[in-house]
Design a protein around this ligand. Structure first.
Ligand code: GLC
Length: 746
């Protein structure tokens, strides 16, 4: 039988957070709960444990208040039991915060975040995140480790899959949309706490090798890597995760400047900070902490609130407080941050879930339709020599081939632990279901997985191709080749895929290549032999129907590249918003096989390019074709000169000059011609999706606050510098002619 102080403490905890209390009431009540907690109980709240099922040790940890959060359990009944132990058997009855990596869907898997970014449709991405939150919270999960907003400019890095690509603005817009989608308005139990990660600069891991050091100087940190995190924090993100990388020798988990000066003091973040998996203890490996005690001290004193799975807080903080190396008031602040989020999620009112709800919500029509629409909008048409869309009235026999044609697990991509492949619809299944009555569908995979070498398999596919009127080849990457720690030095198609594509092309039959992968790939050879290329960043559960509808013209591709596709692996990192350098590529330079044999030390151009692949990528950021064509008028500015507090109004006319109703992503780019530090040749500052019928025109306006042109210059203060600018409105980052304007000092 529990003693009276236990009962009073529980009643206090339960009463503290009656629904609907204001922020000040909430904080006051947290104070009262905090005053009841022992130091050990406080430290327990700062500890996150990974659990799988009910085990005596994990039950004991929860019962003893040694864990404030658990991750990786997804069974609602087991989650309810852990919550019951926390609420009824621990001394203070503080609910657990239950977490899971829900990166692009829970049960219903959406395209990987790089694919979501390809939609350039933040409202659809928000909506998908909202439905995902409903699906996940129905299992009792209330915290996801998403969105990942690491600007990624190196396709060798496996985790580019989880980002919104190479652009600061696009990562900021998509990250904020996901935060809003996951969290909703926090008015009910479908609110899923977001966790913005990985703070900061992880996407710049040197040589694209995961966990590697980054060397991001302060100005690039401010102008390129931090803004997406600031946008997510301003969107109300409840939590944030530190990054594995050391930036110039300082690990993200021990970076007080970032976690205190920037996150708390500048941005006013009032959520809590969790480490990445064991990253606190890994500061020992970094050579940044002497031992576990030192790591605990550094992490806590740098501003970390919760330790994911390194146990250094529970092992050392009590002793560190006793020695004075850590102040209890800092522990109190960490616990306040954690309790505040638990309160905002309503966990004190009711941490339990209706175990029957999961089955009702998961894979429901709304979320499956949202996954389909996201997959549809995320596919990018890279090439089409008149073969797409396939005219079903003119073909009798279709060959479906390739290792990704019927690969339900691989099609979901990385971070899809909870997606059930049985629910995934592959292109083969979709094509058979949708067109199997109209045409003969031959299926001959050729290769059974992306890394396979099989001349025999290729021969079988080629033989089948000779009987077909059109070849639909599905190539790409198995899911395991993408994601965390899965980096590639050579980003071309693996196994015998390239050989198979060449052999299929040699048949002379129309060859439509669909590529599903977790990163930009080098498709130089493929672009020479395939009549059409449709690229889909691992499209998820409904990828098959979406791709089938695009290939057969029921829908028209509208996706745009969120990351540059290099011309060669050695061109990486490559991205559109680069600086011009003092010797920019002119286009007249001598290339490798044009070098005269007698050339000795003569100049080949002395500009910034590669002898064997030139300067330009294969496909640029923002690029994507349609089945129709769009014509842009020159953008018209409402003025020629603006002051720093003005809003630039850019008007343009877009016309659908082709035969298909379609959607275009109009993009707004700006260049600051001269700055106190060199500025990129282009920066995306706006975009919008515009749908037009064949022959239809429309006039549209971007409104761009001049303050959006501010940057950290030579003196490291953020401001708009007066001067001359160029501005483009186009369908990608390389098209269109600029118009000029100036910003004049106030
Ligand atoms: C992983 C990842 C992080 C993830 C966490 C929990 O190592 O870096 O993104 O959320 O651990 O699984």
């Amino acid at each position: 039988m529990r003693n009276s102080s236990y009962v009073s403490a529980c009643l206090l905890a339960m009463s503290l957070f009656a629904a609907g209390c204001s922020r000040t009431e909430e904080d006051a009540r947290i104070e009262r709960l905090l005053s009841q907690m022992t130091l050990q109980e406080k430290i327990g709240q700062m500890n996150q444990l990974s659990v799988a099922g009910l085990t005596p040790d994990m039950e004991a940890a929860v019962r003893n208040g040694a864990a404030g959060s658990i991750l990786n359990e997804v069974n609602p009944e087991i989650i309810n039991e852990y919550q019951r132990i926390a609420m009824e058997e621990s001394r203070l009855g503080i609910p657990l915060l239950v977490a899971r990596d829900i990166i692009h869907g829970f049960r219903t898997v959406f395209p990987i975040p790089l694919g979501m970014a390809s939609t350039f449709d933040p409202e659809l991405v928000r909506y998908g995140a909202r439905l995902t939150a409903q699906e996940a919270t129905a299992s009792g999960i209330r915290w996801t480790f998403s969105p990942m907003v690491d600007v990624s400019r190196d396709a060798r890095w496996g985790r580019i899959a989880e980002s919104s690509g190479e652009d600061t603005y696009l990562n900021a817009v998509m990250g904020a949309s996901m935060v809003r989608g996951y969290q909703g308005d926090c008015s009910d139990s479908t609110s899923l706490a977001a966790c913005v990660k990985h703070f900061v600069g992880y996407g710049a891991s040197e040589s694209g090798r995961d966990y590697n050091s980054t060397y991001i100087p302060p100005r690039a940190l401010r102008n390129v890597y931090l803004p997406p995190f600031e946008a997510a924090v301003k969107a109300g993100a409840m939590t944030l995760m530190t990054s594995f990388n050391d930036n110039d020798g300082v690990p993200g988990t021990g970076n007080a400047f970032l976690l205190k000066d920037v996150l708390r003091d500048e941005w006013g973040f009032d959520g809590f900070v969790v480490t990445d998996w064991a990253s606190a203890a890994e500061m020992i490996q970094h050579g940044f902490a002497r031992d576990g005690k030192d790591a605990a001290s550094i992490a806590l004193n740098s501003g970390v609130d919760m330790d994911m799975m390194s146990h250094v807080f529970t092992a050392h903080l009590e002793e560190l407080v006793a020695s004075g190396a850590v102040k209890e008031k800092d522990i109190d602040n960490a616990v306040r941050n954690i309790l505040r989020i638990k309160s905002r999620l309503g966990l004190f009112d009711n941490p339990y879930v209706d175990v029957d709800r999961a089955a009702e919500v998961q894979y429901n029509d709304s979320i499956m339709d949202a996954a389909y629409r996201t997959a549809l909008e995320s596919a990018i048409l890279l090439r089409n020599e008149g073969v797409l869309p396939v005219d079903i009235s003119r073909v009798r026999r279709i060959l479906v081939t390739g290792p990704m044609a019927d690969a339900p697990h691989d099609q979901m991509g990385t971070w899809t632990f909870d997606g059930q492949k049985e629910c995934t619809v592959t292109p083969l299944v979709a094509i058979r279901e949708m067109y199997g009555d109209d045409v003969e569908v031959i299926y001959e995979p050729g290769l059974t997985y992306s890394r396979e070498f099989s001349q025999r398999g290729i021969a079988a596919a080629v033989a089948a191709a000779r009987k077909a009127d059109v070849i639909l080849a599905f190539m790409g990457e198995e899911a395991i080749l993408s994601g965390e720690a899965h980096c590639l030095a050579d980003i071309t198609l693996k196994g015998d895929q390239r050989k198979m594509i060449a052999a299929l092309a040699a048949t002379g039959k129309p060859l439509v290549l669909t590529v599903m992968a977790g990163r930009p790939l080098v498709l130089d050879e493929e672009s020479r032999v395939a009549d059409a290329i449709l690229f889909s960043f691992h499209p998820g559960t409904m990828g098959g129907p979406a791709i089938a509808d695009l290939l057969f013209g029921k829908a028209v591709p509208s996706g745009k590249l969120p990351a540059t596709f290099p011309a060669a692996s050695g061109q990486v990192p490559c991205y559109y918003s680069h600086n011009n350098t003092g010797r920019p590529f002119r286009g007249t330079e001598t290339m490798l096989y044009d070098i005269p044999r007698e050339a000795s030390q003569t100049s080949l151009g002395n500009t910034s390019y590669m002898l064997d692949c030139g300067f330009y990528p294969l496909y640029p950021f923002g690029y994507g074709l349609s089945y129709t064509e769009f014509g842009y008028s020159a953008p018209v500015l409402d003025r020629q000169e603006y002051s720093p507090d003005d809003v630039i109004r850019v008007t343009f006319t877009l016309t659908n000059t082709g035969r298909y109703a379609a959607t275009e992503v109009a993009q707004l780019y700006v260049r600051d011609l001269v700055g106190s530090s060199a500025r990129p040749v282009k920066e995306l500052k706006g975009f919008r999706r515009i749908s037009l019928a064949p022959g239809e025109s429309g006039e549209y306006t971007f409104e761009l606050p001049v303050q959006d042109l501010a940057f950290y210059g030579l003196d490291m203060t953020r401001k708009v510098e007066p001067g001359d600018f160029h501005l483009w409105v186009a369908g990608d980052s390389v098209s269109g002619e600029p118009v000029s304007f100036s910003v004049v000092a106030d």
